[in-house]
Design a protein around this ligand. Structure first.
Ligand SMILES: N=CN[C@@H](CCC(=O)O)C(=O)O
Ligand SMILES: [Zn+2]
Length: 405
């Protein structure tokens, strides 16, 4: 596999493209950036004479954005999948020391190199399907050295694969065994030592907490958010996944970029998110894997004008999913999103959930060239097919990274 900087440049005029609205279009790429977009008969002379790439009628969309993943971890949890099939619940497994903590054990044992290799293999699956920006959370180390190891891998993935990676510190994901019964002390460690040190090392783009009865309380979440705010870092929240904790209202007070999962989100939570402009990140892979039946309040979110994003939530416990298009399908089938909502969910709104609205999720002049050519006739096919990859070509950070026009 060639190194990213050995891949062919995408510079030149891309013709034979169709926009999701059904109009013919062309894109000029210059030095890796979108220099012009418009109708094929309006190409400015400056872009008419360079290299040409004929999309042969392909649908073009912005590069996809996977705005919630836990991509870096050791081991896997297929055994728990089998236990859940036999009747155990996600919460029971967590309370018995399995769940997140079993991945913490495997991640602590793994070297940085082993974590990089396994995460790279998973990342390649997502990239092959058109992902051009991705969030990677820590949260399986739960000790400074091991959280650092995860976040360093996140930074290295960006370099090695030529993909935008936002790294989110999720030190408050679960209580590590050595702090059993001492939740307050662990939150002190997260706020006073881990977060400042990792931030000083340039490893943190945002801060997340798992606010839940099997994880951290509202008050503990607030302390982590205050520590993030003091360092000028944006926050996000694993909110109302298994119960309504009121986390969304708290997150909104801190102008959170997103609240994620939100199956049990209340009307008050929706109103708070709408006021704060917080994105609702829907994770149908976790809903499906845990055989959840409590649907997120889509109608209420829609009515309140809360932007809806969709992500894989890739993790070894609740969502071992490596296809963002499958999540688009599930968001439509399980959560009843419309096709345009689901596509916005993995482009524009996903970019907002990462604070990347000025660089990703839309095709616009001046931005780095991140776009996907699809072998489909109409946008609905992106949500309709599952189990195949209708990707023709991916332009990522100005290079032809997958396939060819
Ligand atoms: N809900 C909390 N965290 C992850 C699951 C982590 C795990 O089970 O390992 C999630 O987003 O689903
Ligand atoms: Zn998650």
């Amino acid at each position: 596999m060639p190194a990213f900087d050995e891949l062919p440049l995408a510079d030149g005029l891309w013709t034979g493209l169709r926009s999701p609205e059904g109009t013919a279009c062309a894109i000029a790429v210059d030095q890796g950036r979108i220099a012009w977009i418009g109708a094929p008969d309006g190409v400015p002379p400056a872009h008419a004479n360079g290299p040409r790439h004929d999309g042969q009628g392909a649908l073009v969309t912005p590069g996809l954005v996977d705005c919630h993943t836990h991509l870096v971890y050791g081991g896997h949890r297929a055994n728990e999948f089998a236990l859940r099939l036999a009747g155990a619940s996600y919460e029971e497994l967590a309370r018995a020391g399995g769940g997140i903590l079993s991945t913490v054990r495997a991640t602590r044992e793994a070297s940085e190199e082993a974590l990089f290799d396994s995460a790279s293999a998973r990342l390649r699956s997502l990239l092959a399907e058109g992902v051009c920006a991705i969030e990677v959370k820590s949260g399986y180390g739960l000790a400074l050295a091991h959280e650092r190891k995860q976040l360093r891998v996140a930074r290295r993935l960006a370099q090695a694969h030529g993909v935008t990676v936002r790294s989110t510190f999720l030190g408050a994901h679960a209580l590590p065994p050595e702090y059993a019964g001492r939740s307050r002390d662990y939150i002190d460690l997260v706020c006073r030592e881990m977060l400042p040190a990792l931030h000083a090392e340039g490893l943190v783009d945002a801060v997340d907490v798992f606010c839940e009865r099997i994880a951290f309380s509202l008050e503990e979440t607030e302390r982590v958010f205050q520590a993030a705010q003091a360092l000028g870092l944006p926050v996000k929240l694993h909110a109302e996944q298994l119960s309504d904790m009121g986390g969304a209202q708290l997150a909104a007070r801190f102008h959170a970029l997103s609240c994620d999962h939100i199956e049990h989100l209340s009307p008050a939570g929706i109103a708070a998110m709408a006021r704060a402009g917080t994105v609702a990140v829907l994770l149908p892979g976790a809903y499906y894997t845990l055989r959840d039946t409590h649907l997120p309040p889509i109608e209420g979110l829609r009515a309140a004008g809360v932007p809806l994003a969709v992500a894989t939530d890739h993790n070894p416990g609740s969502s071992p999913a490596l296809s963002l298009l499958l999540m688009v399908n599930m968001a439509c089938t399980l959560f009843r999103l419309t096709v345009p909502e689901a596509i916005a969910g993995v482009t524009t709104h996903a970019a907002c959930a990462l604070g990347l609205q000025d660089s990703h999720g839309k095709l616009a002049v001046g931005r780095a060239a991140n776009f996907v050519l699809w072998n489909v006739q109409e946008p609905a096919e992106l949500a309709y097919w599952f189990g195949q990859r209708p990707v023709r070509c991916v332009v990522r950070q100005g290079r032809i990274a997958e396939g060819s026009p």
